[in-house]
Design a protein around this ligand. Structure first.
Ligand SMILES: [Zn+2]
Length: 284
């Protein structure tokens, strides 16, 4: 599943291909990929994409405000300002040249004014598209409750967010209502770097441990973004290229192998229902 660095990479690689382009046609091949609270995607026709962005694991297409549509019948507040794309397990965004036809997993196609087509493909169909205004997005529980952007948190902010929680620290890191965009990979990798056992109750972490954990989380997220994310299973960026951060994993997917730091055999366990790898010597 794409996490924060992968969504960031997709948004960055998509940008030169879609920013400034006007959407001329929209085809929805599987209507249920559109969130029930979303405006119909046909409302994108004629709209220009201003830029791409990211919030948590969501890839965002920000729309330019329409200057000529400000007459009384269509107040500006009713105009959608953003398409949010939740890739979930297998969602992908690709730009293809004109003439590309829908594949087996293509769920929506956005034709751009330069003839290129932006495809939303999703094999397992857990992905979602949401077109709307901020008022409409506030009715979408996932958006409304999305936690802080981890890269924007500083100092003791993580301590403030987790110190009252009895759940395991890893479960709290994975909670999208606490931190937006952290998944299994970056939770395990940041806890290893911070020498913290993922099973410890969040409330047992000291202020200093929370500072260290936040610094380590920043490190792994930024290193991964610099390497275009981690490619496990079928993640690809908008060019179809794989990221390289999987070559830097210390614990994720390495159960039974020696710890890079101390040589002990890494152990597998389950935290918050998720496969977890921990070094019994380095993490406590
Ligand atoms: Zn170790």
């Amino acid at each position: 599943m794409p996490e924060l660095p992968e969504a960031e990479t997709i948004a960055r690689t998509l940008s030169p291909m879609v920013a400034g382009r006007r959407i001329t046609q929209v085809q929805v091949l599987l209507p249920r990929v559109v969130h029930p609270l979303s405006l119909p995607l046909a409302a994108l026709c004629g709209r220009r994409i201003a830029k791409t962005g990211r919030r948590g694991k969501l890839v965002l297409l920000m729309l330019e405000a329409e200057k000529d549509m400000g007459h009384a019948a269509t107040p500006c507040t009713e105009q959608p300002d953003m398409l949010a794309v939740h890739l979930r397990m297998t969602g992908r965004l690709f730009v293809y040249p004109a003439g590309q036809s829908a594949g087996k997993h293509t769920r929506a196609i956005f034709t751009l004014d330069d003839g290129h087509k932006l495809f939303f493909d999703d094999a397992r169909t857990f992905g979602l598209l949401f077109l709307g205004t901020e008022a409409l997005r506030q009715r979408w529980p996932f958006w409304r409750t999305l936690g802080a952007e981890p890269l924007l948190l500083q100092g003791t902010a993580l301590y403030a967010a987790v110190h009252a929680r009895r759940a395991a620290i890893k479960a709290v890191l994975l909670d999208q209502k606490v931190l937006a965009g952290v998944g299994n990979i970056y939770a395990d990798e940041s806890l290893f770097r911070a020498s913290i056992d993922p099973r410890r109750p969040a409330a047992s972490l000291s202020q200093q441990e929370c500072r260290t954990l936040l610094a380590c989380l920043h490190e792994v997220l930024q290193e991964s973004i610099a390497q275009c994310g981690s490619s496990i299973r079928d993640y690809r960026d908008a060019h179809g290229d794989a990221g390289a951060f999987q070559n830097s994993f210390h614990v994720y997917g390495r159960g039974g192998q020696p710890c890079h730091s101390c040589g002990c055999v890494l152990e597998r366990c389950t935290v918050a229902g998720r496969g977890t790898v921990v070094c019994p010597h380095c993490q406590h």
